[in-house]
Design a protein around this ligand. Structure first.
Ligand SMILES: Cc1cc2nc3c(=O)[nH]c(=O)nc-3n(C[C@H](O)[C@H](O)[C@H](O)COP(=O)(O)OP(=O)(O)OC[C@H]3O[C@@H](n4cnc5c(N)ncnc54)[C@H](O)[C@@H]3O)c2cc1C
Ligand code: FES
Length: 340
């Protein structure tokens, strides 16, 4: 690997035996897609691990370190993120093309408000996608050509092809403003998935799940999927939000809690709830509450805004958690993409 400041040069990349030209300062993912390859990918900004591949030969300059999203085992095996890697000289890459996502046509069935800035979108897929709860898809509306964004499935895969997404309105955001602003019933879209490496691994260790904002979507999907499997691992769910207004799906969480086979604690933590509002629960940053749990012996799943996920991850590591037992999905937006 090379430091960030080294310059890209024209190079050849041999990907699963096929050689393509990579332009100066072009990432491996951009070059592969420009050459018509169905290279697996998602967010394109280093936030999802959807473009994980193995550097078999050669060197790359990394726009952003992959160590925060890839496990130590992946890094030891030479894995890199294609969307964050600019070849320095010729390289040879191996990628699991079978993991490539499928594109299904879909229609919006309904949109329901969950909070003042999050809606639940229910879509009917023409072709059911075989995703694991926790993974995400790329959504693209026909009415918004050229605009495609990542959204986590908020429900486990269903045989009838219906899927839920929680979509937060990002101020000035093209996709989320469209979803919040337009009449959407019947609206046609494409859903490409499954993508990402965020899904609940089997095991017996207690689960520490920390979500912020719409990051609750994959966490609820994972818990709902495991409920069907009668999972009995102890669960501690922490949900970070600003005020009581920002809490949602409280009944769904209570339902999961009631039916879960093992112990299940739930703690919403509010960071900006006005004093004197009568809120009896926890106040502060959700990262400040992970110390109440046995971080060393838990499998942790973190999802939501990158700043929250990073803060919780740092806290868990400081508490002695093993990096390989922390899995995270950062809901990065385009303006968080690193400059090339
Ligand atoms: C793996 C993954 C899963 C995700 N899952 C979810 C989910 O389940 N739910 C959810 O709500 N979100 C999720 N996201 C985030 C989502 O993909 C979108 O990034 C988010 O909804 C914003 O999209 P948008 O089109 O509305 O905003 P964009 O138009 O992409 O804009 C995003 C921000 O950038 C600013 N911006 C736009 N263009 C520029 C520019 N040229 N210069 C500077 N700033 C600019 C905008 O003002 C806005 O603040 C996920 C992201 C990832 C990576
Ligand atoms: S596509 Fe590269 S990390 Fe998401």
């Amino acid at each position: 690997m090379l430091p960030f400041f080294s310059r890209g040069k024209p190079a050849n990349a041999t990907i699963n035996g096929r050689t393509i030209a990579v332009l100066p300062r072009e990432t491996l993912l951009t070059a592969a897609l420009r050459n018509g390859m169905a290279f697996p990918h998602g967010c394109r900004v280093g936030g999802c691990a959807g473009c994980k591949c193995r550097l078999v030969q050669g060197r790359v300059r990394q726009l952003r370190s992959a160590s925060y999203i890839l496990s130590d085992q992946d890094l030891d095996a030479g894995c890199i993120l294609a969307c964050q890697s600019v070849p320095h000289g010729d390289v040879r890459i191996e990628v699991d093309m079978a993991a490539a996502a499928r594109r299904s046509r879909a229609r919006v069935l309904s949109r329901e408000p969950l909070t003042h800035d999050i809606v639940r979108l229910r879509v009917q897929l023409e072709e059911a996608l075989p995703y694991r709860a926790g993974q995400f898809a790329m959504l693209a509306f026909d009415a918004l050509p050229g605009v495609e964004r990542s959204y986590s499935f908020a429900s486990p895969a269903a045989p009838d092809g219906q899927a839920l997404f929680f979509i937060r309105q990002v101020p000035g955001g093209v996709f989320s403003s469209f979803v919040h602003g337009e009449v959407l019933a019947g609206e046609p879209l494409s859903v490409t998935g499954p993508l990402g490496d965020f899904w609940l691994r089997p095991g017996a260790a207690p689960l520490l799940m920390v979500a912020g904002g719409s990051g609750l979507a994959p966490v609820l999907a994972m818990l709902a999927e495991r409920l069907g499997e009668r999972d009995a691992r102890p669960v501690a769910l922490l949900l970070g939000a600003r005020t009581q207004q920002d809490l949602y799906e409280q009944e769904a969480i209570a339902g999961l809690q009631a039916q879960w086979q093992g112990a299940f604690t739930y703690r919403p933590v509010l960071s900006a709830e006005p004093c004197g509002s009568g809120w009896p629960g926890a106040r502060g940053l959700v990262a400040d509450f992970v110390a109440e749990h046995d971080a060393r012996n838990a499998d942790a799943y973190l999802c939501g805004p990158p700043a929250m996920v990073d803060a919780v991850q740092r806290r868990l590591l400081a508490l002695g958690a093993a990096p390989a037992r922390i899995r995270a999905d950062r809901f990065t937006t385009l303006n968080e993409a690193p400059a090339v």
